[in-house]
Design a protein around this ligand. Structure first.
Ligand SMILES: O=C[C@H](O)[C@H](O)[C@H](O)COP(=O)(O)O
Length: 230
């Protein structure tokens, strides 16, 4: 763990948590950066802030409960005021994202889509010129016939593709009971085109390309926090 990077993640996360106002329904992201945001929200709740959270993973739900955040569901709240989440890559300019290296991309995308404002919190390692430049694109697929779904993804240009494994060396199982295929496309020139190709494959539940979704990205570096808008 790089302590300096952790400090930057925490800085962006706390700033985003401080954007939350009384009475809001807030989407709670997943991952190390989002965890700092959940912790800060817990501190603010202890000071009197009243909010409801919709978590993007079982892990975030657990952390939110520990932090004292009251949780709600889409059954009770169809729209969120604000969603705050980390990202694996942020494309400078359009602020397109790669998300899902923590395995929570489906719920994260549903929550981001339902939010009036989607704030992304990252450290300075995450901005890239092209998505796919540094990370694989995670694609959640149903387990049935995944080998065939993988062949279809290869035909979309994935140079290599690996089923995600868990720490014990077994196939990773998402909160939704699915698998994740990490697809290496290299730097992606036309993310919209690739996203629509992947969307059209039967067996794909969702992919980690979050295009035109971020309202604001907070990028924390040694120089401070930059606020980027599309
Ligand atoms: O599924 C995981 C999420 O998309 C995370 O938000 C993403 O992987 C970033 O995680 P971290 O803040 O730990 O770098």
């Amino acid at each position: 763990m790089d302590i300096v990077v952790e400090v930057h993640k925490k800085t962006a996360a706390r700033l985003a948590a401080d954007m939350v106002q009384n009475g809001m329904v807030v989407g709670l992201g997943t991952g190390s950066t989002a965890t700092y945001m959940i912790e800060r929200l817990g501190e603010r709740i202890a000071e009197g802030l009243e909010v409801l959270g919709i978590p993007t993973s079982e892990d975030s739900a657990r952390k939110a409960r520990q932090a004292g955040i009251q949780l709600t569901t889409f059954a009770a709240h169809r729209h969120l005021d604000l969603a705050i989440d980390g990202a694996d890559e942020v494309q400078r300019g359009p602020l397109n994202l790669v998300k899902g290296l923590g395995g929570a991309l489906v719920r994260e995308k549903i929550v981001a889509q339902a939010a009036r404002k989607f704030v992304v919190i990252v450290d300075g390692n995450k901005p890239v010129d092209h998505l796919g430049q540094r990370t694989a694109i995670p694609v959640e697929v149903i387990p049935f016939g995944w080998e065939s779904t993988a062949d279809q993804l290869s035909q979309c240009g994935a140079k290599s593709l690996h089923p995600r494994m868990d720490r014990a060396g077994h196939l990773f199982v998402s909160d939704n009971g699915n698998m994740i295929l990490d697809c290496n496309f290299g730097p992606i020139e036309k993310p919209d085109f690739l996203a629509s190709q992947i969307d059209s494959i039967v067996g794909v539940v969702e992919h980690g390309l979050f295009l035109n979704m971020a309202s604001e990205v907070l990028v924390a570096t040694e120089q401070g926090v930059e606020r980027w808008e599309p």
